[in-house]
Design a protein around this ligand. Structure first.
Ligand code: ARG
Length: 457
């Protein structure tokens, strides 16, 4: 049953077996393991290392194992050490001696490096698809809300008016960068380690270019020691996933704030919120809170693998088996969070009146009042001081700037005329800001058009 019993005189201690085994988690890539083996024997036969008949027998045996695992008739039991041992043992059981040739010119070190890369490559495209779906939702909301005014914040203090389209556009850019990070990783990692052997290649005339091609890689890796001990792509992936989670977490935090009784900018759909067992009035943003909370878990995986790798001498060391569980958990976490977050955002209602009132009641047009004075020839620093006085006056009277009478304006500075009201209206404040990237409706429309092309590509 073991792949390596020959030089041992005693049975493995059961606890050692349990501690050492990885089958409970590496069975996740049984398909990739079998696909890799099929490519390997195809190449072995082509190179004359095994016969055509042996190759055909092995491939049909492997395909049968794959089918049976999928249809549930072959259960992956825990007595084997890992998925590689499991598949090989079952192959030999099914086809006899030819099965013993499967592992010719191969080590579990290059095999596991291959399996993990194949698995991760598929997962990256699934994650990318989920991020893209979220972008499609954001894009729709942006198109619908180029004139939905709301306060923009700095220090969580109302700063200047923006629009909902502009605010969501910020997240659109973040998730766009996330996708570009994923695509960089896919490109960089797409070299095949198969054929690197344990660490020093093999004496067989393997065609590494052929297996690389059969498995959809851009080519073989160029150093066999590096091939079996490189986990950079997992570190890069966990870093990219951590960044996705950081973005989701910031967005979640905003949704939690916006959904609070004090803000009421949004109302979460009933299907995406939860209640309290004691307080009947409660409707809680648990999904957003959980996404925010799960961010720590993904960061943990990144720090864990960085720490695992930091002291490892070349080449393969068993420590590297620790690359799997946390990576799998991080991937599942991110996929779950992306899907739920998308559903939550897609169904939530925007309370535009609350957003707009909030923008009106926080002096978010103060900068524009100062700019008004500058346009009438007042130096900016003086204008800043004058508007400061206006704000102080309004705070005392508990009114907004635009609620002051012209006389009151003129009492503070004679430069003010009737056109001040138009200059500090919400529409003017937002729509005058039309440099690319700004919230003005013209600038926003350009960006939305660019995003539209991006989503189509
Ligand atoms: N389960 C092992 C891992 O995940 C497979 C490679 C084992 N290689 C070895 N030399 N023990 O890393």
């Amino acid at each position: 049953m073991k792949l390596w019993g020959g030089r041992f005189t005693k049975e493995t201690n059961q606890l050692v077996h349990n501690f050492n085994a990885s089958l409970s988690f590496d069975q996740k890539f049984f398909k990739q393991d079998i696909e890799g083996s099929i490519a390997h024997v195809t190449m072995l036969a082509k190179q004359g290392i095994i016969s055509e008949e042996e190759k055909d027998l092995i491939i049909s045996g492997l395909s049968g194992i794959m089918e049976d695992i999928i249809n549930g008739s072959l259960i992956i039991d825990e007595e084997h050490e890992d998925i590689h041992s499991f598949v090989e043992a079952h192959l030999i059981e099914r086809i006899g001696d030819p099965g013993k040739k499967l592992h010719t010119g191969r080590s579990r070190n290059d095999q596991v490096a291959l399996d993990m890369k194949l698995y991760i490559r598929d997962e990256i495209s699934e994650i990318d698809e989920l991020v893209k779906n979220l972008l499609i939702t954001l894009h729709r909301i942006m198109k619908e809300n180029t004139q939905t005014f709301m306060p923009g914040f700095t220090h969580l203090q109302k700063a200047q008016p923006v629009t909902l389209a502009h605010h969501f556009g910020a997240y659109f850019e973040m998730f766009k960068r996330d996708r570009s990070r994923l695509s960089d990783i896919s490109k960089r990692m797409n070299l095949s380690p198969l054929g690197s052997g344990a660490l020093a290649g093999t004496t067989y005339p393997l065609d590494r270019n052929l297996t690389a091609e059969l498995l959809g890689f851009d080519g073989p890796t160029l150093n066999s020691m590096d091939s079996v001990s490189d986990r950079d792509y997992l570190i890069e992936l966990l870093s990219a996933l951590s960044t996705i989670m950081m973005h989701l977490s910031r967005f979640s935090e905003e949704i939690i704030i916006w959904n609070s009784n004090e803000y009421r900018f949004v109302e979460l759909d009933d299907a995406y919120s939860t209640g309290s067992s004691i307080m009947p009035q409660k409707k809680n943003p648990d999904i957003a809170e959980l996404v925010r909370g799960k961010t720590g878990r993904v960061y943990g995986a990144l720090v864990s693998i960085l720490t695992t790798m930091k002291g490892l001498p070349l080449a393969y060391n068993k420590d590297m088996q620790e690359d799997k569980e946390l990576t799998f958990d991080a991937i599942d976490t991110v996929k779950g969070c992306l899907a739920l977050f998308n559903g939550m955002v897609a169904t939530m209602k925007f309370q535009k009146n609350y957003m707009e009132n909030s923008a009106k009641n926080g002096f978010t047009n103060a900068t524009d009042a100062a700019d008004y004075l500058v346009n009438k020839g007042v130096p900016f620093r003086d204008a800043h001081g004058i508007v400061g006085q206006l704000v102080l006056y309004c705070i005392e009277k508990d009114i907004a700037l635009e609620e002051m009478s012209l006389e009151e304006f003129k009492n503070i500075s004679p430069v003010f005329e009737q056109d001040i009201y138009d200059a500090i209206s919400m529409e003017t404040c937002v729509n005058k800001r039309n440099t690319i990237g700004a919230p003005g409706v013209e600038a926003m429309k350009q960006v939305i058009q660019i995003n539209e092309e991006y989503l189509k590509a």
